[in-house]
Design a protein around this ligand. Structure first.
Ligand SMILES: Cc1cc2nc3c(=O)[nH]c(=O)nc-3n(C[C@H](O)[C@H](O)[C@H](O)COP(=O)(O)OP(=O)(O)OC[C@H]3O[C@@H](n4cnc5c(N)ncnc54)[C@H](O)[C@@H]3O)c2cc1C
Length: 379
């Protein structure tokens, strides 16, 4: 044993940064390490949309509700509206067929900013149960809060773990080959958590790629999240999402073709043609979004376990090792609940806020699930 009381958090995405913040609030000595920059992967490229009850009736219901409420509390405490664009917003389901097809619009008055060919099918959420943050700014605010509470951020690649003689307990990690002692080690490396399968038993972690762009229209766009069914010129249907942000920009994203995960988040680019496809969607959504150059076009991978559920809790074959990943399309939403429950596990030895049984790192995920199952369960 090393005698160290430190907790090392591996990965400064939204999950690792929130865990560092919640642990540091409990007085834990935290070292957070990232091989790239804070929020340089999916956590800086996501939509940042939050929904309290969209997972009701599933095993993630409690995680989503606790997390949504924590987002509200954090925004109150940390001035989230100014610091990272937290705001309640409405959400609509919209269809954009390439011919009119007799669809009828609903909620026309509120959504008068949309094009004539855009059919509002219904309201999915309102200001009490749907909201947004700028995910990069939120992640950075959590990290900054952790550092203010005494945490240390280091840049480096975690490339191994050190264990006790019997290999039952983790006693530290190797950062760029140098051993750093720790009592607890949290693996929150997003889709790269798959690398940690060399060191500890984990359910299979994979990733799904998404592309996004950010536009800056001239006029003000209402706080309406849009979940769109878009028919392309050749009759295929796609499901892009659009989120106007309080800073005046508009974010759009869509799932992209499968692509292998690059080692460095900065080496991940948008797929070929993704920018122009998303610009075409923007133009079909509203005249206010036509003929604007994209400020940013990005690609990133969200982490998914083979059954589409998060992985949160102890790594069962290694004492002192913990894992928090696989949040799929809801990592920004579910980061605060994940972080709260991880801080309970590490500080109190028991998870109180959320029932973690379905998220066990020890669950059996054999290889019989195929790629199609992965895509459908994680979407
Ligand atoms: C297009 C798109 C839109 C999305 N929109 C939303 C949304 O609206 N709402 C929502 O709730 N969620 C959304 N998500 C999901 C969300 O982005 C992810 O679930 C979340 O960002 C995952 O966070 P993470 O911290 O687990 O991983 P990441 O953000 O991938 O962070 C992992 C970090 O670990 C670091 N790392 C990896 N390996 C090592 C190593 N060996 N040593 C040191 N550091 C390492 C990486 O550099 C990286 O910084 C979206 C995802 C995509 C792709």
């Amino acid at each position: 044993m090393t005698g160290s009381t430190r907790t090392i958090v591996c990965g400064a995405g939204v999950i690792g940064s929130c865990i560092a913040y919640f642990l540091s609030r409990r007085g834990v000595e935290v070292l957070i390490v990232d091989k790239s920059d804070v929020a340089s992967a999916a956590s800086g490229k996501a939509g940042g949309f939050l929904a309290r009850d969209w997972c009701d009736g599933t095993v993630t219901e409690q995680l989503c509700q606790v997390s949504f409420d924590l987002h509200q509390e954090l925004a109150d405490t940390l001035d989230g509206a100014d610091a990272y664009g937290y705001r309640p917003m409405s959400a609509y389901s919209v269809a954009i067929p390439n011919a009119t097809r007799g669809l009828r619009a609903a909620h026309e008055k509120e959504t008068a900013w949309l094009s004539d060919g855009c059919f509002v099918r219904g309201k999915l959420g309102d200001i009490g149960n749907t909201a947004q943050v700028n995910p990069e700014q939120f992640t950075r605010a959590m990290l900054a809060g952790a550092v203010e509470n005494g945490a240390t951020l280091v840049h480096g690649t975690v490339n191994g773990v050190n264990t006790s003689k019997m290999s039952e307990t983790i006693t530290g990690v190797y950062i760029d080959g140098e051993c750093v002692d720790a009592k607890n080690t949290v693996i929150a490396m997003g889709p790269w958590t798959a690398d940690a399968e060399r060191w500890m038993r984990l359910p299979g972690i994979d990733s799904i790629k998404g592309d996004s762009l950010v536009l800056r229209p001239r006029g003000k766009i209402p706080a309406h999240a849009l979940f769109i069914d878009y028919e392309t010129a050749n009759g295929d249907w796609e499901s892009p999402e659009l989120f106007p942000r309080p800073d005046g920009t508009v974010y759009l994203c869509a799932e992209s073709d499968t692509e292998p995960l690059a080692e460095n988040p900065h080496a991940i680019n948008a797929s070929d043609g993704a920018g122009s496809r998303l610009l075409e969607v923007a133009g079909a959504v509203s005249p206010a979004l036509r003929s604007i150059t994209a400020e940013k076009v990005n690609g990133c991978h969200r982490p998914v376990a083979h059954d589409g559920l998060p992985v949160i809790g102890p790594a069962h074959n290694l004492k002192g090792a913990w894992v928090a990943t696989g949040h799929g399309p809801w990592g920004i939403l579910n980061a605060p609940g994940t972080a709260l429950v991880m801080s309970e596990l590490i500080c109190d030895g028991v998870a109180k806020a959320i029932d973690l049984r379905a998220f066990s790192a020890n669950r059996d995920l054999s290889d019989e699930l195929h790629d199609e199952d992965l895509a459908s369960e994680a979407s």
